[in-house]
Every structure is written in C-alpha cells, then in structure tokens.
Design a protein around this ligand. Structure first.
Ligand SMILES: [Zn+2]
Length: 234
C-alpha cells in the first residue's frame, strides 16, 4: 500500500512510463502491419481462400446463419453479433494467404464465442452501453471539475475513465480466446499445415499485442489522472 502511495506521488515517473507505453503501442501497431504484410504473401497449400475458410469453420460449428461478407479498408475485419455477419476486409476476403486465413478464423472464433455463450464476452457485452457513455463523458466531467476547482467532480471523471480501462481488460481474454480457437480449428480442419500454423500464430499474436499495448497506455493514463488530482489536493 505504501509503495502504491509513493508511486502515485511520483508524477514524473508516471509520465515517463506513460510515454514508454505509448512507444510500445506504436511499435505493436507497426509490428502487426509488417507481420500481416509478410504472411499475406505466403499462400496456403490447401489453396482455400479466407472467405471459404470462414464458411467452412462456421458450418463446422453449426453457424449456418452467420454470413461472410466483404468490407472496404485494411485490417477492418470484424464480427458483428447483431447482424450475425463476419466482415472480411479487401486484403483478406479473397486471399489464400496464411495471414488472411488466420484473421478470418479469428473472426469466426468470435462468432463461436457468441454462439456458445463464452463468459468473458457476455460480461464484456454487458459493459458496452456503459462504456459508450463513459468514453464520451469522462473527459468533459474531468475538465469541468478541474476548471471549477471541484476535485470531487474531477474524480467522477476519473471513475468513468476507469470503467473504460476495465472494459479494455475484459477484451484481452476475449481476443486471446478467439485466436486460440482459430488456431485449433485451422489445425483440426487441415486448412493450415505445418509451417503455416506458426505463421498464422505470429499474425494473431501480433494483433493481440496491440490490445495489450492500448490497455497499458490506458492504465498509465488512469494513474496519471489519479496522480494529478492528488497533486492538486496537496
Ligand atoms: Zn478479435
């Protein structure tokens, strides 16, 4: 407890750690792009394209009602649980590369999580409406609190921000689990083979690291906000 007290009173150290986390986030983002680029040029021996691989994985899990569609942009791939749609980006949809199939299988992993009622994703979904409010409101509440010298109001803003951090934390098991499901299925179905599995694993790991990095940035931002209000109190 005393260590935490000491740490929170060291505003300079917290600021340095925040910058370190931001640099790590930039590196993680560059890494996911370069890894995807590398494995987007390595084609799978099964010759199946990402959209067909996704269809096969969905059917295997009995998810016949989930559609696979093409969406514009780069790394815009996602699963929409409301519309029951797996959206694959231009560079993924028709590609028979290790990278593209890894991404498609990961999104299928999310569809399976919803279908089987995977605990962390249910909990995360409960948070969504609250998080939407918190991410819009926290900065205003905090700034108004600071402007009018109300530390209590500033602290309400910080609590709102903490909810966002908690949501990011809940995102981690969901993302890691979707990737693990993806790799397992790709091996089981024989869509990927040998070295290709290691490639897909690298792509999905690089993507997961961006979630870890943004969580670290948010944690440091949260600690910096707490430290700043403590400084004002003194
Ligand atoms: Zn994901």
């Amino acid at each position: 407890m005393e260590i935490l007290e000491k740490f929170l009173s060291n505003y300079t150290l917290i600021t340095i750690l925040l910058f370190a986390a931001m640099i790590y986030a930039a590196v993680a983002s560059a890494k996911v792009k370069s890894t995807f680029h590398k494995y987007n040029q390595l084609y799978v021996s099964s010759k199946i394209c990402a959209c067909d691989a996704a269809r096969q994985i969905l059917d295997l899990n009995g998810l016949y009602d989930v559609q696979v569609i093409r969406v514009a942009g780069n790394l815009t791939d996602h699963y929409d649980p409301k519309k029951k749609i797996i959206a694959l980006s231009d560079s993924v949809y028709g590609s028979a590369s290790v990278g593209a199939i890894g991404v498609a299988a990961h999104e299928c992993g999310h569809a399976v999580q919803h279908a089987v009622g995977y605990g962390p994703i249910k909990l995360r979904n409960l948070f969504v409406p609250v998080v939407n409010i918190c991410s819009k409101a926290w900065v205003w509440i905090f700034m108004i609190g600071c402007a009018f010298g109300s530390l209590q109001l500033a602290e309400v803003g910080i609590v709102f921000f903490a909810v966002i951090v908690l949501f990011q934390l809940l995102t981690l098991p969901v993302e890691f689990n979707a990737s693990n499901r993806a790799i397992d299925t790709l091996i089981k179905t024989g869509i990927l083979y040998g070295e290709e599995v290691a490639g897909a694993r690298k792509v999905l790991k690089a993507a997961a690291m961006t979630y870890v990095a943004s969580l670290l940035v948010s944690i440091m931002q949260l600690l910096r906000l707490i430290a700043s209000t403590r400084r004002r109190r003194r």
